[in-house]
Design a protein around this ligand. Structure first.
Ligand code: UDX
Ligand code: UDX
Length: 464
């Protein structure tokens, strides 16, 4: 089975980069990315390719070359579905904010809408690929909707979870550790569908990295991978608090521990807390699924990873208040960084949002600088928490265009995202223009203590 036309529903952080790379690597396949959000599609089609809605190193170059050749962005979802042999579903699956499973389970309403739309439109057989992270056995629900509301055509459902990390999405897509493809490997049709997707990735990924499994293993592997990664961050963050009490340094501990080849060095960097659209959502999902099978010990075990992360964010904010003589009321605090990690403009679940909210509750005046995040996004993130009227967020939080505007006349500076440019700021200038004593809080272990203390800063870094 040779795939000629691909449709991807959802032009977000996952769908956009993934399809751009497939289009680049498979010039004979037409790839159409569709989305109900007209503004987002218009941005993907913007003449100036630097205006595409997602910032990822290397992405705009790829889009520039492939766009309107075999990569298209459109709001005509029906047309793209109709034409496609293979449809990727890459819509968002946020944590439910209502009803059963509120705050835990994934909200699958967008997935279901996609399935119903595919069923309504399709006139020939399709392979439907789950790209969004989904609870185990969602494929079954998808198949059920497609088979029962469709026009009698045949569907094969594959699970092909995404492992790309934001900020390194293009590299991760170009040279993945593995590509996981789950399908109905017990039937001939299922095997053929799996092979069709394997053939696409085989354009650039070595065969031995293309892993095929049954659908349920594939769905669960994605949740497991994210849970393990987040667990490492929470584990080292737990140690960071102990380091601060004992005189140990968390960077030294993580280096020593990570040199054990059984443990390895990655994901052992202590921070103000993990963020991003996946870790928390996927673990909550895992907790919810475990509970629904009555596996309370399993659920509690994984929930602790989230509780530790919440604690770390609160602890960092509380440290600022405590250090500033137990009050930040009316004090100007500069936050450097708002994105949940460097090299992305994504802010979902970013620790910065929670630190800012905590400080605002303590009546601080906040000034934010982030090199890539837009002002409206920062206000939207704060408004979403519903902690205070949105006018108040606008009057008490300022967003500025340079780091020095943020730090000038501030009582304290907190580094919340590890953007490279923060390492090379003119820290003497920052110090000179701040109120004294000049407090500097490093939530990312980005800055070197010695030089900052020599300048005169009162310096606090997580885990030391
Ligand atoms: C992805 C995955 O899909 C999610 O499951 C994973 O856990 C995180 O990453 P992401 O690409 O980051 O989501 O989400 P987002 O940037 O929000 O993009 C989703 C897009 O789907 C949005 O642009 C939204 O407008 C679109 N959408 C949503 C549709 O086109 N149709 C819908 O019915 C719902
Ligand atoms: C994650 C997974 O890595 C990826 O495989 C999956 O597809 C989606 O979820 P992402 O959330 O984009 O990717 O970024 P990641 O690099 O995993 O970072 C997540 C958060 O953990 C960030 O806030 C980051 O700052 C934090 N982190 C990461 C740490 O605090 N310490 C570390 O050592 C590593």
């Amino acid at each position: 089975m040779k795939i000629k036309n691909i449709c991807c529903i959802g032009a977000g952080y996952v769908g956009g980069p993934t399809m751009a790379v497939i289009a680049q690597k498979c010039p004979e396949i037409n790839v159409t990315v569709v989305d109900i959000n007209e503004k987002r599609i218009a941005a993907w089609n913007d003449k100036d390719v630097e205006n595409i809605p997602i910032y990822e190193p290397g992405l705009s170059e790829i889009v520039k070359k492939a766009r309107d050749r075999n990569l298209f962005f459109s709001t005509d979802v029906d047309a793209a579905i109709d034409k496609a042999d293979m449809i990727f579903i890459s819509v968002n699956t946020p944590t439910k904010t209502y009803g059963i499973g509120k705050g835990m389970a994934a909200d699958l309403k967008f997935i279901e809408l996609c399935a119903r739309q595919i069923a309504r439109v399709s006139k020939n057989d399709k392979i439907v690929v789950e790209k969004s992270t989904l609870p185990v056995r969602t494929a079954e629900a998808l198949k059920n909707i497609l088979d029962n509301t469709g026009n009698g055509v045949n569907y094969q459902i594959l699970s092909n979870p995404e492992f790309l990390a934001e900020g390194t999405a293009v590299d991760d897509l170009m040279t993945p550790d593995r590509v996981l493809i789950g399908g109905d490997i017990d039937t001939t049709e299922g095997k053929e569908a799996v092979e069709a997707l394997v053939d696409i990735y085989a354009h650039w990924v070595p065969r031995e990295r293309l892993l095929t499994t049954n659908v349920w293993s594939s769905e669960l592997s994605k949740l497991t991978a994210n849970a393990f990664l987040a667990q490492r961050v929470s584990s080292i963050n737990a140690m960071s608090e102990l380091c601060e009490k004992t005189g140990a340094d968390v960077n030294e501990v993580s280096k020593a521990v990570g040199m054990d080849s059984r443990i390895g060095p990655k994901f052992l960097k202590s921070s103000v807390g993990f963020g991003g659209s996946c870790f928390q959502k996927d673990i909550l999902n895992l907790v919810y699924i475990s509970k629904s099978f009555g596996l309370n010990e399993v659920a509690d075990y994984w929930e602790q990873v989230i509780l530790m992360n919440d604690h770390q964010k609160r602890r960092f904010a509380a440290k600022i208040v405590q250090t500033l003589f137990n009050t930040v009321s009316g004090k100007k605090i500069a936050l450097l960084g708002w994105a949940f990690k460097k090299d992305t403009n994504d802010t979902r679940e970013s620790a910065a949002i929670y630190v800012a909210d905590y400080l605002l509750n303590e009546q601080a005046e906040i000034v934010v600088y982030d090199p890539k995040v837009k002002t409206e996004q920062i206000y939207a993130d704060l408004d979403y928490l519903n902690s205070r009227p949105s006018e108040e967020n606008r009057s008490r939080v300022k967003v500025v265009n340079t780091p020095y505007e943020a730090t000038k006349d501030s009582h304290a500076v907190a580094v919340l995202t590890e953007w490279d440019e923060f390492k090379d700021l003119d820290w003497q200038k920052v110090y000179d223009e701040m109120l004294k004593p000049a407090f500097l809080f490093d939530g990312r272990r980005l800055l070197e203590r010695e030089t900052k203390e020599t300048i005169g800063f009162e310096f606090y870094a997580i885990g030391s």
